[in-house]
Write a protein that binds this ligand. Structure first.
Ligand code: UDX
Length: 464
């Protein structure tokens, strides 16, 4: 890490950015890296050795260093996120402290190199290390402000008996967090997992409360009340600078070996389809569904009689590396359904042929869909996706939900598609999401709320 200076030899403050090593977290952190670098900061991305991104996909001018994490590959590949996150925090604390101390010492003429740390809220140990070394440290929440409010309330909601979610209280409104119902707080989980998760959230929230500030990948126009609430509750500066993919439209990072090769041939196929006719179906990078659910989804898409582009990535089906669809189904969708392993999602959502996005409501996918003006069909699978689907359908009214009684059915999928693609409700949703996409353009352009929040953030970093 060379001491940074600008073209005139003036020292630049160095920001050390620590993404949680999952694509849905790395992507927004690298967009933030690009935005900070474009505003004159020197940027080092500090990544765990697990799933290091391809250096070539880093924003220009940003450097990458890795810290040893000692995480067994089986844990890194598992869905046990709390154990992974705790191990990451535990194992990287000392190496990160050494790295930061070295970065501070690097100046030969006796001056400390001015640094700031920005860590994913889940990677809280570096926030402590930075504080101990007298370095300002900010946290980045890559999901919604509403989800961070759930984090802050989780312990209290557990004590009040809302959590863990029970069959009997699922449809109860959470009075403290409207418009959420208890079922939107989390998927049902056993007591041991609930305890581990609550413990993790305690650490995350404590880390943020003791940090110098919180950066949110959201924007005022959709989550103003939630952002204000966090500001009041934490009493730290809060910067709603999102959507980061729209603030910094650089290529999405590729994590080496973790994701399949991008299939760009689907873009040529989209060129052959009518405007607004194609359903795009993708469930992000992490969730897995069971084989029955996959088949219901497949037959629901087939039964819609519409063209569709479906991302079936490896391990989408729980416990399986790849998926084989039955010949009868492939026959039914021939020429109309395109199945791929990975697409350039932002480009796909920008394509005029896309009429709706069937998504798990991961926060990045939701923001990308809103900013491209693509109406949403929500099929959340767990965690923040449940609350995001509630906001999409009931608050922002930019999508419809796949109704699920006991389990997902092909009929449920078809009904949601028809509601959105035909009739009055679909028209209203389409109008509404176009309005929201205009709002995104306004808030990210010069003088917009997110651009101003980004400037405030840079001023804050420069002056701290
Ligand atoms: C995870 C969690 O599952 C999600 O709930 C949380 O909000 C963020 O972290 P993930 O499942 O990966 O995220 O979903 P999402 O946040 O939607 O991010 C997926 C990203 O992968 C998007 O940026 C999307 O553009 C990209 N993607 C996905 C592709 O580029 N190509 C694809 O084929 C599929």
């Amino acid at each position: 890490m060379a001491p940074p200076s600008d073209r005139n030899g003036r020292r630049r403050r160095r920001a050390l950015l620590l993404p949680l090593p999952y694509h849905g977290h790395v992507n927004p952190m690298l967009r933030l890296a690009a935005a900070l670098h474009a505003r004159g900061l020197a940027v080092t991305v500090v990544h765990a050795e697990t799933r290091v991104p391809d250096r070539r996909s880093l924003p220009a001018g940003c450097e990458l260093v890795t810290v040893p994490d000692g995480i067994p590959p089986e844990l890194a590949a598992s869905n046990d996120i709390p154990s992974f996150v705790f191990a990451l925090n535990r194992n990287c604390a000392a190496p990160f402290r050494d790295l930061l101390a070295a970065a501070l010492r690097e100046d030969d003429d006796g001056r400390r190199v001015a640094c700031v740390v920005v860590a994913d809220v889940d990677w809280f140990a570096p926030l402590t290390a930075a504080r101990e070394l007298g370095v300002p440290a900010l946290a980045l929440m890559t999901s919604s402000a509403a989800r961070f409010r759930v984090y802050m309330a989780y312990r209290r909601l557990s004590e009040m008996g809302y959590l863990p979610v029970q069959e009997s209280n699922m449809d109860k409104p959470v009075d403290e967090l409207p418009p959420l119902l208890v079922r939107d707080l989390h998927a049902r989980m056993d007591t041991a997992r609930h305890v581990a998760y609550a413990d993790l959230l305690d650490h995350i929230v404590a880390g943020v409360r003791q940090s110098s500030g919180l950066i949110l990948n959201t924007f005022d126009a959709i989550e103003r009340a939630d952002v204000e609430h966090i500001r009041r509750d934490t009493s730290i500066p809060v910067f709603p600078v999102g959507p980061l993919h729209a603030i910094s439209p650089v290529a999405a990072p590729q994590q080496s070996g973790a994701l399949p090769e991008e299939d760009r041939s689907c873009l040529a196929w989209l060129d052959t389809q009518l405007p607004g006719s194609v359903l795009f179906v993708s469930f992000g990078t992490l969730v897995s569904i069971d084989a029955d659910e996959l088949m219901e989804l497949a037959w629901g898409l087939a039964g819609s009689n519409r063209p569709f582009l479906w991302v079936v990535r490896p391990r989408l089906v729980r416990g399986r590396d790849s998926v084989e669809l039955p010949g009868e189904l492939l026959q039914e969708i021939r020429g109309r359904g395109v199945i791929v392993r990975w697409v350039p999602q932002e480009e796909v959502l920008s394509h005029p042929a896309i009429g709706a996005f069937v998504t798990h409501c991961g926060w990045n996918s939701t923001l990308e869909s809103i900013s491209k003006g693509v109406p949403i069909i929500c099929k959340p699978c767990g965690s923040d996706q449940l609350g995001t689907a509630r906001y999409v359908c009931d608050m922002w009214k930019v999508g419809v939900r796949v109704e699920i009684k006991d389990k997902v059915t092909r009929e449920g999928i078809q009904v949601a598609i028809e509601r959105l693609m035909d009739g009055k409700e679909g028209e209203m949703v389409r109008d509404r999401i176009i309005e929201m996409s205009d709002v995104v353009s306004k808030c990210t352009m010069k003088g917009g709320s997110s651009e101003l929040a980004m400037n405030d953030l840079v001023d804050f970093i420069e002056s701290s």
